[in-house]
Design a binder for this molecule. Structure first.
Ligand code: CO8
Length: 374
């Protein structure tokens, strides 16, 4: 008989520190003033553009973000540094991303009523890994005492949903009975805190889910994954050029194009219709229409994107209850946003309710799961 694959538990790690818009803007504006004073003669001679001021009001209106979590606050607001200071760890210490991942994974295991002995595979899926190898997933696997195998995968904003797709397929194929999919999104090191257009966008977090054969599920809240659907379409509109080649290209490894940068307006215009069409097509595979969906666990990049996508789908504004927003407090957490929304708001679903979990962003990449609560 065909296996029914389920999500049986999720976990969320939130860093101890937060930065409000007001704190972020005060530091950025002080940096701007300091820089403009330093280069006042070049600016006066028209040889250099002054650094413009940011505004907390603009950030909230343009994005819906009011605050974000940050793994290491020291340094990020220091106008002479403008990047977090994360102490280097030795090869024999648990790495930063593995630490975040293990915390979220333990919570997901507890929610799923599973122990490490029940898990056959670990997928660490996120926008960046802090090193190339050994895989963070294998480190997490060792730390939790899981047998089987683990691997890392990077799909930017859609890493979490694409990781869930892989887990779903492994279980369908009979290669694993239960898989941990973990998203340690330590993104603050890639934020350009000196760039007014993007200094406010991101926050750090880790999420995890247990995906397993539904026949073995024993948790109170279990969600059948009816199917998964993924699409990618190449775009340079969201890009980071950081990579191992910087050792040999002689490019400046600290230049702005090595960090996250984007054409935000273009992204907004191109991704919203793609996401709405993707979701409509995915629902149609199950003879559902958008009004059949009780909860929309959408990617959390920008509140205006989510409002527009829901309007395209439903022909009206979605209520806060239908399409929960977490980006106000978490900001854009790369691929983890839709999983945070799921983790914090899934308990309100009733038996037989249908939900969509969907990510969209860099690549471009869009990934979705149609879920039904047992
Ligand atoms: N304060 C004050 N004014 C500002 C600021 C600021 N901070 N920033 C921009 N302005 C100004 C601009 O300069 C511009 O001025 P002018 O009109 O004089 O030119 C004006 O405000 C309007 O600027 P924009 O057109 O840029 O403003 P928008 O209304 O388009 O809002 C957004 C900007 C919020 C970026 C918006 O375009 C957006 O959200 N687009 C969607 C893009 C998106 O979601 N990107 C993220 C996807 S990436 C992802 O999800 C994961 C990637 C992998 C992780 C990376 C981790 C680091």
């Amino acid at each position: 008989m065909d296996k029914q694959v389920v999500i049986s538990g999720s976990g969320l790690f939130t860093p101890a520190h937060t930065i409000t818009n007001e704190e972020l803007v005060a530091s950025y504006n002080a940096y701007a003033d300091h820089t403009n004073e330093r280069f006042q003669s070049e600016i006066a001679a028209g040889e250099r553009e002054p650094v413009p001021h940011s505004s907390a009001e603009f950030i909230e209106k343009a994005s819906g973000i009011t605050s974000r979590y940050i793994y290491a606050k020291t340094g990020a607001l220091d106008i002479h540094r403008m990047r977090p200071l994360i102490p280097e760890r030795g090869d024999d210490e648990l790495s930063h991303q593995a630490e975040m991942a293990v915390d979220a994974a333990k919570k997901a295991l507890a929610a799923a009523h599973k122990t490490p002995a029940d898990i056959d595979a670990v997928i660490v899926a996120c926008a960046y890994t802090e090193r190339s190898y050994p895989a963070i997933a294998i480190e997490v696997q060792a730390e939790l005492g899981i047998e089987g195998f683990g691997f890392d995968m990077l799909v930017a904003c859609s890493a979490a949903t694409f990781g869930m797709h892989r887990a779903y397929e492994m279980i369908k194929a009979g290669n694993a009975k239960a898989v941990l999919v973990i998203n340690p999104e330590l993104v603050s090191p890639q934020v350009n805190y000196t760039d007014r257009d993007s200094h406010f966008i991101f926050g750090d977090v880790a999420t995890a889910v247990v995906i397993e054969d539904g026949a073995n599920a024993s948790a109170p809240d279990v969600y059948d994954i009816l199917s998964t659907h993924a699409v990618t379409s190449y775009s340079n509109n969201i890009r980071s050029n950081f990579g191992y080649l910087s050792h040999v290209t002689d490019a400046n490894p600290y230049s702005a194009d090595m960090l996250f940068h984007q054409a935000g307006r273009k992204v907004f215009k191109e991704v919203c219709p793609m996401a709405a069409e993707h979701i409509t097509a995915h629902l149609a595979r199950h003879d559902y229409v958008p009004s059949d969906v009780s909860k929309w666990f959408l990617h959390q990049a920008n509140i205006n994107m989510n409002t527009l996508i829901c309007k395209k789908l439903l022909g009206r504004m979605a209520t806060e209850d239908e399409a929960p927003i977490v980006l106000n407090k978490f900001a854009n957490t790369a691929s983890a946003g839709s999983v945070i929304a799921f983790n914090l708001h899934q308990s309100k679903l009733q038996s037989q309710d249908v939900a969509i979990l969907c990510s969209f962003g860099a690549g471009y990449s869009i990934g979705s799961l149609v879920l039904k609560k047992r």
